[in-house]
Design a protein around this ligand. Structure first.
Ligand SMILES: Cc1cc2nc3c(=O)[nH]c(=O)nc-3n(C[C@H](O)[C@H](O)[C@H](O)COP(=O)(O)OP(=O)(O)OC[C@H]3O[C@@H](n4cnc5c(N)ncnc54)[C@H](O)[C@@H]3O)c2cc1C
Ligand SMILES: NC(=O)c1ccc[n+]([C@@H]2O[C@H](COP(=O)([O-])OP(=O)(O)OC[C@H]3O[C@@H](n4cnc5c(N)ncnc54)[C@H](O)[C@@H]3O)[C@@H](O)[C@H]2O)c1
Ligand code: SF4
Ligand code: FES
Length: 809
């Protein structure tokens, strides 16, 4: 039966969580297409605050990497906004004119920063704080400028201000109201917060209304309505958000403040749903992930036909993510004649607690300085528990739950107590998952239950629950070593077990070593396939289905679902005959792009999957492995044959190296460069292995990287003959193959094991010889992949047939 088409507009937190839930419930029900306006896969927007505050890197906050989309057969179009929805024809149209049909459509477009409509708001140096781009702009500005002003003393403004302080800027926070975070705190708690932030260096300008942004080329300051001014090199507006609803409005979907939805997240138009910050449910829009994830869960069940309770709205609780500040707030915060308050104010310890009660139920909570009671109180509030039997002491000083809990406190938590507010996960769910799925780390608990995957505040409590449930078996360092969430074993342990138990294939390793997920995951399956191939040199039968998608297809998948073809050009040297073949193929298959690559060869881009085998047959050239964890390219300069500075024959050495080591599986991609003199035209100093011709021989450089983690290569040594160079290179490559973690580049590996250690290994002639023998045995295993594919009908049918699902596991 043909799958139904599900299209989602918006590749953010609420939308992608909904898709995760759909895949969990019915993995094969939909062909899924996602459009995202940002150039990234789904990342944790919440943790941008931690990135700015220097506690996490951008890489750390990716939640669903590119591979996740590939593995789940999701067509993802990033950096491509949907411009209109054709409701009658059930189609979406992107800004690039791409038209995609849908049976069901989810709008998950989130919100944008609200920029105050004052004169000068569009001046260079005025930004919001919503996405990776804003975060990068702030980090960049902090390197160039001194003074930042944040407008808005709410959650976002204070988290931004703290980040800018940590980046070394002077920071003023401008706030409209007489006290900070007036939506979450009362005056007393707010005063305590202001005092604490002032001691950290933040300066506050309260009751100030921005009238004008000053500056011509770039912002220089702000003028307020009272006529006063403040200087600024950077202005961050954090005065609230506005749901992205224009698209829905233009398509005549009913909108109010946001897109109006019913209790199953359906809009006024059948088969069109909205979820997340762009949705308005019972006149409320939410700006925190806990309710949005709840909406996503209901929508996923609805779309997969699983019975579910309707979404009836949420009560939210907030915390500020600034290190050293402990506060929690939920429900109402201001006393009125209909409420009674229990208050504790310990000025000595800087603790303030207030509970607001109406009709014997808790209706509001404000905690500052000690939030241990937050979980218990929040549960009572959200469940409208009758508290008539309780005293103020039993309400406020149980010491149960919340931040900073210890294992002994975990023991007295009830199973239904909430541990992770963002994801709605209780203690009972976590304990059961730890026991039944043999979980050992906080990340594994997150992978299984989602707890801890959003703001991360509950991670210490999850760690306490692990300690309480596992006792002595809980190893807080285990997370650092396990190769993925399916096992607690490290790379070294897995390799040792494979050798000791004589395990010969991926499935056997997972079965015998007690994998938690019987099918493994995208991290462990390619890694196991690699380790097995590295151990069983000549005889290992590659498990193609365990490889990452590009290697499985022997082609790089492009952002629009087409593929690229890059034939080998040994040492970057080609012939008229090869150029003709490439030109003919480009013409015959209408390649939209023919481009010289950075590795000195020619790439054909935008080709159809089903054309690939015929293209390679027409070309009759070896694959350049532009997609592989293997030797990619050997870049060469023209060298002594043509260049007047050249001392060595760089092209011949480059071709010899590429012909010898092509196709070999390595833990990560390997690039080489051969320059015939220290002018280094082939960039040998930033390659995994670089060769530089000098009088009487070659210098070999190792561990260079020209990519994201730029690293100059280290000199390994100087060698006289080409034969010595081949011998050292072979041994070096094999040592890397045998000791690196899968997906560890040589630059990282070399830093981990140490240059001196590697030099020592290679200086030992017995070891060097043995390494080369093992490498040469392995090299015998490889054949030209496209030649093999063309001759094998099963492979052709399985991987390259039109409309065939190519991701098979
Ligand atoms: C710095 C920061 C800190 C935060 N901290 C917390 C916190 O501690 N706790 C908490 O609960 N919440 C926090 N939030 C709020 C939380 O991040 C949001 O509630 C959540 O991300 C909303 O999810 P969403 O999917 O609705 O929107 P988003 O995550 O914004 O995703 C929407 C996506 O849709 C894309 N899009 C918009 N229009 C189109 C279009 N026409 N075509 C294609 N794509 C489109 C956008 O570019 C965006 O990538 C924080 C937010 C920020 C910015
Ligand atoms: N820790 C967290 O939970 C967290 C952190 C960051 C962001 N967020 C979410 O992100 C969204 C945006 O946060 P936010 O803080 O921008 O929104 P917000 O609406 O919560 O707060 C905006 C603040 O700006 C103030 N303000 C409004 N106009 C102003 C003006 N002209 N001058 C000075 N101050 C002015 C308001 O009084 C208010 O306190 C919210 O949905 C929030 O929940 C949550
Ligand atoms: S590296 Fe030296 S030999 Fe090679 S092209 Fe440049 S200048 Fe000439
Ligand atoms: S409370 Fe935010 S991730 Fe758990």
């Amino acid at each position: 039966m043909e799958k139904k088409k599900l299209v989602m507009i918006g590749n953010g937190m609420a939308g992608v969580r909904t898709i995760e839930e759909i895949i969990k419930l019915a993995p094969n029900q939909y062909d899924i297409t996602i459009f995202g306006n940002e150039p990234h896969p789904n990342y944790n927007r919440i943790q941008l605050s931690y990135v700015l505050q220097g506690e996490k890197s951008l890489q750390d906050i990716i939640m669903n990497d590119w591979n996740w989309y590939n593995e789940n057969n999701i067509a993802l179009y990033t950096n491509e906004a949907i411009k209109s929805i054709d409701v009658p024809n059930k189609q979406v149209i992107s800004e690039h004119g791409r038209v995609v049909d849908y049976d069901e459509l989810i709008i998950a477009t989130g919100s944008s920063s609200f920029i105050l409509p004052v004169p000068g708001a569009d001046t260079h140096g005025v930004i919001g704080f919503r996405d990776i781009h804003d975060c990068e702009m702030m980090i960049k500005s902090a390197k160039q400028y001194k003074k930042a002003v944040v407008i808005g003393g709410g959650l976002l403004g204070l988290e931004a201000a703290k980040g800018l302080l940590n980046l070394g800027m002077e920071v003023d926070v401008v706030h409209l109201m007489p006290y900070l975070m007036e939506r979450q705190l009362d005056a007393e708690a707010s005063k305590m917060l202001k005092n604490q932030l002032e001691t950290e260096g933040m300066n506050f300008l309260l009751e100030k209304q921005t009238a004008k942004i000053l500056g011509e080329e770039r912002v220089t300051g702000i003028r307020f309505q009272d006529g006063s001014e403040v200087n600024a090199d950077l202005i961050v507006m954090a005065v609230g958000i506005r749901p992205n609803i224009q698209l829905a409005k233009d398509s005549e979907i009913f909108v109010n403040r946001a897109i109006v939805v019913d209790d199953y997240m359906e809009t006024s138009v059948p088969h069109v749903y909205a979820v997340g910050e762009c949705a308005e449910h019972r006149e409320i829009t939410y700006g925190l992930v806990a309710p949005l994830y709840e909406q996503g869960r209901v929508l996923a069940a609805h779309l997969t036909g699983v019975q579910t309770k309707p979404y009836e709205g949420s009560i939210t609780g907030t915390q500020l993510k600034v290190s050293g500040v402990d506060l929690f707030s939920a429900g109402e915060i201001i006393d009125d004649p209909s409420t009674k308050a229990i208050k504790v104010h310990n000025e000595f310890d800087g603790v303030y607690k207030k509970i607001l009660i109406r009709n014997q139920t808790i209706v509001g909570i404000v905690l500052y300085g000690d939030t241990k009671d937050s979980t218990k109180l929040y549960k009572m509030l959200s469940q409208k528990e009758d508290i008539s039997g309780m005293t103020s002491v039993s309400l406020l000083s149980s010491g149960c739950c919340g931040g900073g809990t210890e294992a002994s406190d975990v023991a007295i938590m009830a199973d239904e107590d909430l541990v992770c507010g963002c994801n709605g996960v209780t203690k009972g769910t976590i304990v059961e998952a730890i026991r039944t799925k043999n979980l050992k780390t906080v990340d594994e608990v997150g992978g299984c239950t989602n707890a801890g995957r959003s703001c991360g505040r509950c991670k210490s409590l999850i760690s306490d629950i692990l300690a309480y449930t596992l006792g002595d078996q809980y190893d807080t360092t285990a997370k650092k070593t396990a190769i993925c969430k399916c096992t607690t074993l490290s790379r070294d342990e897995v390799v040792a077990e494979i050798e000791e138990k004589g395990l010969t294939n991926v499935r056997e390793v997972m079965n015998v070593l007690g994998w938690k997920e019987s099918e493994g995951c995208s991290k462990c399956r390619p890694a196991l396939n690699y380790y097995l191939g590295m151990i069983y040199q000549e005889q290992y039968k590659d498990d193609r289905d365990s490889r990452l998608v590009n290697e499985k297809m022997h082609a790089n998948i492009q952002k629009d679902g087409t593929y690229s073809v890059v034939p080998r050009m040994y040492g970057g040297v080609t012939t008229a005959e090869d150029l003709k073949k490439i030109a003919e193929v480009a013409e015959k298959y209408n390649a939209p792009l023919v481009k010289l690559t950075g590795g000195q060869r020619i790439g054909l881009f935008g080709l159809k999957k089903e054309d690939l085998p015929q293209i390679w047959e027409d070309l009759g050239m070896p694959s350049g492995y532009a997609y592989g964890k293997t030797l990619r390219t050997v870049k060469t300069c023209v060298g002594a044959k043509f260049c007047r500075f050249g001392t060595q024959d760089s092209m011949s050495l480059g071709i010899e190296l590429e012909k010898k080591f092509e196709r070999i599986d390595t833990p990560h991609k390997v690039k080489m460069g051969v320059s015939a003199c220290p002018r280094n035209c082939a960039e040998s100093g930033i390659k995994d292995i670089g060769f530089v011709g000098v009088d009487g021989g070659w210098e070999i450089y190792v561990g260079g990287n020209g990519g994201m983690d730029l690293r100059p290569a280290d000199l390994l040594g100087t060698f006289k003959t080409d034969q010595e160079v081949m011998d050292i290179t072979g041994a070096y490559l094999q040592y890397y193959r045998e000791t690196a973690n899968y997906l560890e580049r040589t630059s990282k590996w070399l830093e981990r094991v140490g240059l001196d250690h590697v030099k020592e290994v290679l200086a030992n002639s017995d070891l060097r010889k043995a390494l080369n023998i093992r490498l040469n045995e392995t090299l015998k295993r490889y054949q030209e992949p496209w030649q093999q594919a063309i001759e094998n009908d099963d492979v052709l049918a399985k991987y390259y047939q039109k409309n065939k699902v190519t991701v098979l596991n």
